[in-house]
Design a protein around this ligand. Structure first.
Ligand SMILES: [Zn+2]
Length: 547
């Protein structure tokens, strides 16, 4: 057997402008030896020709610049979201379209659990789609009054529990006075819990423990299956604690011969001073492998728009809700940015509201004056409400954005009518403005908040349709080729990995997404319907699991 393999395809889209479209790609030692015609590639010597993709499209492997590997772990719980969703084993779970549906699905799972003390956990509840009806502990008691039950909301910021869950946490009593624990007419908690303060002590009794944002071993393997079925060959894990034990686990699991993706975990800025954090990630960076890339930081500045915890500039929320919360103080952020720049460590910052975006921009500008840095690529994650002026400023400062294009589809109608109002809703996730301002842009799913599926995310950025079918902000629609750039090279650039991945060109890692249809030759409205056959990662072929 030759040590070179040549894949033929219906078409290979390279994202390399000097030869954008070819028929064959040659792979040696996990890297791309060349992209071109069979005749050109034969010049490299003996090869094995692999024709299994001859009727398919080969693209650079997709890069998910903002997701959480905990999605793999969550699938061991009951899915109760409103939208249809595919699990790691290729099974499509239909959306639960009413509270009765949600309770029925939990009841079915309840009878399957033999051990009466084992908690029953569900995830991805979204009351917006249940007519904004709040779920109560009494609702969940109908499923079981004796077993602790908890359901995590799609946003990840709210937890619903039954009476048993509250009882085990010592909270089923009158006289509780906590902003995150609303009380019912009987003076007892309703079972709805807001924010980590209220959620954590109860979460441990209903199957959601403190380290929920860290995936476990099986969760990481399951997450990688989702990567294969969505064409992703490199994915971030954007808010990991990266304890010694979890780093050991991730090194071991990603090092397994059949592990199909490169994972890029970012250490969250939490529980350490800026100095400790920077020292810690510098040490982590030296442990990086080809399939686990370490050494970056994630900071979280504000909350979510649909949860009214994002920080908005004047005039604030459309429905009059009070302004959101700072999750990191301006002083801490400034210390972090300065130390990071001085040490060449990259920081990605979660900002949703335009006030949070402004703070990040101004803090970085001040830090850059003290520690000039020419290629820092500090990235604003979500960055949903940035104005045109903020994009112009980000461009000057060399910042990148990773916009949450999926939001229009999932919550766009809500943003228009309730959260930020029509004008800001139409400019949200301003992909076209980012492209025009020459701000390097990625787009993302934030899985598990929305499903990992870069072609769906690209569809959202191209069409900007809401769940009710309205185009929201047609001025910000981008072309298919800009959207495909964002899910490949654009995302790779935000991770300082564009020299290794993101396009099909000689010397780069042999990472491909294998598609059943041509994203350029079909109607842009059908982009999300393209079936992903699977991936090639470092030259290894992985077929998506079909149930
Ligand atoms: Zn996230």
């Amino acid at each position: 057997m030759a040590n070179t393999k040549v894949f033929s395809a219906h078409k290979v889209y390279t994202m390399n402008p000097s030869r954008p479209e070819v028929s064959h790609v040659a792979v040696r030692e996990g890297k791309i030896l060349g992209a071109g015609s069979l005749d050109e590639l034969s010049g490299w010597g003996e090869f094995d020709l692999d024709n299994r993709f001859k009727n398919k499209i080969i693209m650079p492997g997709f890069v998910e610049g903002h997701a959480h590997a905990m999605e793999g772990t969550l699938w061991r719980n009951v899915y109760v979201g409103w939208f249809d969703r595919m699990d790691p084993n290729g099974r499509l779970w239909p959306g639960a379209k009413s509270l009765d549906n949600v309770l029925q699905r939990l009841s079915e799972a309840n009878v399957q659990l033999s051990d009466e003390t084992k908690p029953l956990s569900g995830w991805s509840l979204d009351p917006i789609y249940l007519g904004n009806k709040r779920v109560t502990r009494q609702d969940l008691d109908k499923v079981s009054a004796s077993r602790p039950i908890g359901i995590l909301h799609a946003s990840g910021h709210i937890l619903n529990v039954n009476s048993k869950g509250l009882e085990l946490a010592g909270l089923l009593k009158p006289g509780i006075n906590h902003p995150g624990i609303p009380l019912g007419p009987d003076g007892l908690p309703t079972g709805e819990l807001y924010g980590p303060d209220a959620m954590t002590p109860v979460g441990v009794h209903v199957g959601f423990d403190r380290s929920m944002t860290d995936c476990d071993e099986q969760g990481l393997r399951d997450y990688a299956k989702l990567c294969v079925s969505s064409g992703v060959t490199t994915s971030t894990d954007l808010a990991a604690r990266l304890t010694d034990a979890s780093v050991d686990m991730m090194l071991r699991v990603t090092g397994e011969p059949e592990f199909p993706a490169c994972i890029v975990p970012l250490r969250i800025f939490f529980g350490m001073s800026p100095k400790e954090l920077i020292d810690y990630v510098i040490q982590l960076k030296s442990m990086s492998t080809d399939r686990l890339s370490l050494g970056r930081v994630k900071a979280v500045l504000d909350g979510s728009i649909q949860g009214f915890s994002a920080r908005l500039n004047w005039p604030g929320y459309y429905n009059g809700s009070p302004n959101g919360l700072w999750y990191t103080s301006p002083e801490q952020l400034s210390e972090l940015y300065l130390l990071a720049l001085k040490n060449g460590v990259q920081v990605h910052t979660h900002t949703n509201g335009d006030q949070a975006i402004q703070l990040s921009i101004e803090t970085l500008e001040a830090a850059l004056r003290q520690a000039p840095s020419f290629d820092h690529r500090f990235t604003l994650q979500h960055c949903q409400l940035a104005s045109a002026a903020q994009f112009r400023k980000m461009s000057k400062l060399g910042m990148c954005v990773n916009l949450f294009a999926n939001h229009h589809y999932y919550w766009g109608d809500e943003h228009y009518s309730r959260t930020v109002g029509p004008e800001k809703a139409e400019r949200m996730n301003a992909c076209k403005t980012a492209v025009d301002s020459k701000v390097n842009m990625a787009i993302h799913s934030d899985a598990p908040v929305t499903p990992l599926a870069p072609l769906f995310t690209a569809w959202c950025a191209v069409n900007r349709l809401t769940a009710s079918g309205r185009v929201q902000g047609s001025h910000e629609c981008i072309s298919v080729s800009d959207a495909l750039y964002a899910i490949t090279l654009g995302a790779a650039y935000t991770l300082h990995m564009d020299h290794e991945i993101g396009s099909i060109e000689v010397g780069k890692r042999a990472d491909f997404a294998i598609l059943e249809a041509d994203p350029y030759e079909n109607d842009p409205e059908t982009l999300r319907d393209i079936t992903v056959w699977g991936t090639v990662q470092s030259g290894r072929v992985f077929e998506a699991i079909k149930s």
